[in-house]
Structure formats: structure tokens, C-alpha cells
Write a protein that binds this ligand. Structure first.
Ligand code: DX5
Ligand code: ZN
Length: 227
């Protein structure tokens, strides 16, 4: 299982400090949300921020590109130190080319699908990706509520993975807390992106440890207990 805190929920005046904090917390990856003000109605940060925090952390950098034209950003993010780049299936015809380009840059490749997008659109790409990101909120902002209607998509992604004997990770992103992470784990998710629920805790280490135990047990009921 992978737990990937999202820096978007960190202190935007101190990204470096928060990247170090995440590195010391027992997290597996650092999730970096890139928003361009076109694909989503918000702007976050770019390759220069990623480059600046790269020397501060040995964690795997999971770069989520919520961008209308990721093509021009792939090289800059690869050079900045991304380990994986995730593009959105909503970009349509560009997707196959983007996947190939990310691979040719020597990076892991992820494909994301929004809550309102048919899961069937990802199917032609499944044998070429390392990770499928099922968005569990509409992308653009942290701190939104988990959309339960996305659970069947995770289930479908897991069914295809078994059926086609593929190895892509199934990641969930948006509104993930101990309760919703366990619900997603039950239907096949293995990678958990969480911003608000983790950064909101006094100790990131304790919060991550607890999420790991609850997800391992796949039991949402444990979220209310002290574990
Ligand atoms: C949403 C981003 C998420 C976001 C999750 O557009 O893709 O990664 O940071 O934040 P929370 O966990 O607060 O929903
Ligand atoms: Zn994200």
C-alpha cells in the first residue's frame, strides 16, 4: 500500500518545510498537484517549485497534471525531478501520445479519470500505464467531500486488473480520510492520496500510521476507534 500526502494541503509559504515534514512522516510518496487554471478553475504551482523541493526529499514524486496542455510541461517536470506524471483521460486524442512521451522520458506514467467521466475511456490504455488515478472529487480544490458514486469505478478497475493480469496501481484522490480510504481499499484501491485529512493532524506521522493500519484492515469502522 502507498500513502501519498498531497502538498496542496500544506503551507504554501513553506513548501520546502512541508516536503521535509512529509519525508520524515513515514509516507511512501509525495503527491504534487499541478493546476493550470484551464483544465481546472484553479492554479497551484509549477516545475520550479518541484525543482526547489527535489533536493529536500528522497520520496517518490507523484506529479498530477490537471492541465489542458500537459505536452509542453512533461519535459520541465521530468527535469525538475518528477518520478511519475499523471495525465487526464479527458484530454482525449492526445492521451496515447502523452503516455508514450512520459515513458520516453524514463518516468512512470499515470492516467486519471474524473468522477463524471466514463471509466470505459481508460480501458484502451490500461496495458501501458503504471497507475490509474480514480478521482474521488471533481479536481481543482483540496478539502472537498468524497463522492461515493466513484466506488464502482474502483471496483471495475480492480476487475480489469485481475482479468487482464495487469499490474497498474489503483490510486484514489480527493476526500480521502481513514473512513473513505478503507472503503476504497475494500474495492481494490492500493494507493491513497490525502491532503486535508493528513495535514490537518498535529502529527503527520501518527496520522499516516493510523491510516495505514485502518487501510490494512480494510475496515472503515476502525476509523472511529483509537488504533
Ligand atoms: C484535487 C487534487 C487532490 C487534492 C486532494 O484536485 O487532485 O490531490 O490535493 O485533497 P484532499 O485530500 O484535501 O481532498
Ligand atoms: Zn491530485
Amino acid at each position: 500500500m502507498i500513502i501519498a500526502p498531497s502538498l496542496l494541503a500544506g503551507n504554501h509559504a513553506a513548501f520546502g518545510r512541508d516536503a521535509v515534514r512529509v519525508s520524515k512522516s513515514g509516507a511512501d510518496w509525495l503527491h504534487l498537484d499541478i493546476m493550470d487554471g484551464h483544465f481546472v478553475p484553479n492554479i497551484s504551482f509549477g516545475p520550479q517549485v518541484v525543482k526547489a523541493i527535489r533536493p529536500l526529499s528522497k520520496l517518490f514524486f507523484d506529479v498530477h497534471l490537471m492541465c489542458a496542455k500537459p505536452e509542453v510541461l512533461l519535459e520541465p517536470f521530468a527535469e525538475a525531478g518528477a518520478d511519475e506524471m499523471i495525465v487526464h483521460v479527458e484530454l482525449g486524442e492526445q492521451v496515447s501520445h502523452l503516455i508514450l512521451k512520459i515513458k520516453n522520458l524514463g518516468k512512470k506514467v499515470g492516467l486519471a479519470v474524473n468522477p463524471l467521466t466514463e471509466i470505459s475511456l481508460v480501458q484502451p490504455h490500461l496495458d501501458k500505464i503504471d497507475l490509474l488515478l480514480v478521482m474521488t472529487v471533481n479536481p481543482g480544490f483540496g478539502g472537498q467531500e468524497f463522492i461515493h458514486e466513484t466506488l464502482p469505478k474502483i471496483q471495475q478497475a480492480e476487475a480489469w486488473r485481475l482479468e487482464k493480469k495487469l499490474k497498474y496501481r489503483i490510486s484514489v484522490d480527493g476526500g480521502i480520510n481513514n473512513q473513505t480510504a478503507a472503503e476504497c481499499a475494500r474495492v481494490g484501491a492500493d494507493t491513497f492520496v490525502a491532503g486535508t485529512s493528513l495535514f490537518g493532524q498535529r502529527s503527520l506521522k501518527v496520522a499516516i500510521n493510523k491510516m495505514r493500519k485502518i487501510v490494512n484492515a480494510c475496515d472503515p469502522a476502525l476509523a472511529d476507534l483509537k488504533v
